[in-house]
Design a protein around this ligand. Structure first.
Ligand code: FAD
Ligand code: NAP
Length: 304
């Protein structure tokens, strides 16, 4: 029986593990892939205090390395369900069951798909959701980035080191991204903007993408934009299917907690991007993790 099982080894889960293990609890950290979560898909991070600039994979390593020293048990597994049995909980993976007194959900969020024709057909043949992973394959090409948030604009800037040009296609005439990121994009000669446009279809030849069909959101007019690749950054969906039966999410699937990171099921906490919250960042994920790590200790002292 673990004192706490943490599901997800992103910045939120790793921080919760650090706090709970340093409180001398028996901690298991379950992850389906590589530790680091979304940080692994981020080239440059410059808003994590203490580092002027650090790559996502390097920050992931720095957060993960100390955990073993404090006794955190890393468990590989793809969690399918979480069961509440009152004074203990069970985490179910594809082939194992683990019992714990408390659970911390830290499964984060996944990129959203556009849902247009051609998106699935050309996945990995010009359609990508990760500039850090795929950008270098698109040297000297004209690229399209879809979206107007922090991810779209930051990743468009990142892609300019490889691409001939990058056109940001946004459905409005104002970006959602932070002002400092916007200003960098406006100052970048390789970046163009297609304002008030949505991507209606992604087309290509038998090998790869060669154009997108755009629709003007004001006039409905269609146009063609030639490109060798399309990077899609249109927001996030919560990874919360495994707790669907617990009824702890809002309508969109974000887990609802109080300020102590407690869900309405006693002993089950949620942290990071998975939560219903306004600011999804590494710093806020880490803050949530610290609070939950401390609160599982308080919960166990109180409930035994
Ligand atoms: P995640 O990072 O999403 O980690 C969740 C983990 O849970 C993953 O490792 C996943 O594999 C695991 N998991 C999910 N489901 C299961 C399951 N069923 N079983 C087992 N494991 C599971 N924030 C900043 O502060 N600065 C930035 O510069 C920045 N740049 C970004 C750039 C991009 C392109 C993106 C997409 C995001 C960026 N962010 C940035 C946001 C930041 O990465 C997130 O806010 C942060 O990673 C959230 O952390 P998390 O631990 O809540 O979730
Ligand atoms: P986001 O902030 O939700 O932005 C999504 C963008 O996609 C919005 O501009 C939205 O348009 C657009 N969009 C949504 N659905 C669309 C559709 N169907 N068709 C066309 N466009 C669509 O998502 P994000 O940029 O991935 O960021 C997610 C979180 O990570 C945010 O909290 C963000 O702050 C954080 N993040 C932080 C950093 C950083 O701090 N440096 C970097 C990356 C991400 P509208 O604007 O019209 O809604």
């Amino acid at each position: 029986m673990y004192d706490t099982l943490i599901i997800g080894s992103g910045p939120a889960g790793m921080t919760a593990a650090l706090y709970a293990a340093r409180a001398n609890l028996k901690v298991g950290l379950i992850e389906r892939g590589v530790p680091g979560g979304q940080m692994n898909n981020t080239a440059d991070i410059e808003n994590y205090p203490g580092y002027e600039l650090i790559s996502g994979p390097e920050l992931s390593m720095k957060m993960h390395e100390p955990l073993e020293k404090f006794g955190v048990e890393n468990i590989y597994g793809f969690v399918q369900a979480v069961e509440d049995h009152g004074d203990y909980k069970t985490v179910v993976t594809e082939d194992q069951r683990f019992d714990a007194k408390t659970i911390i959900l830290a499964t984060g969020a996944n990129h959203r798909q556009l849902g247009v024709p051609g998106e699935i057909d050309y996945n990995s043949r010009g359609v990508s959701y990760c500039a850090v992973c795929d950008g270098a394959f698109f040297r000297d090409q004209d690229l399209v980035v879809v979206g107007g948030g922090d991810s779209a604009v930051e990743e468009a800037i990142y892609l300019t080191q490889f691409a001939k040009s990058v056109t940001i296609v946004h459905r409005r005439d104002q970006l959602r991204a932070q002002k400092i990121i916007q200003d960098r994009a406006f100052a970048n000669e390789k970046i163009r903007f297609a304002w008030n446009k949505t991507v209606e279809e992604i087309q290509g030849n038998e090998r790869q993408v060669d154009m997108v069909i755009l629709k003007d959101t004001q006039t409905g007019e269609l146009s063609v934009l030639a490109c060798g690749g399309v990077f899609i950054y249109v927001g996030l969906d919560p990874v919360s299917e495994m707790v669907a039966d617990l009824a702890i999410t809002d309508e969109a699937g974000w887990v609802v907690t109080d300020e102590q990171m407690a869900t309405k099921v006693p002993g089950i906490f949620a942290i990071g991007d998975l939560r219903q919250k306004h600011l999804r960042q590494i710093t806020t994920a880490v803050g949530d993790g610290a609070i939950a790590g401390q609160n599982v200790y308080n919960y166990i002292v109180e409930h035994g």
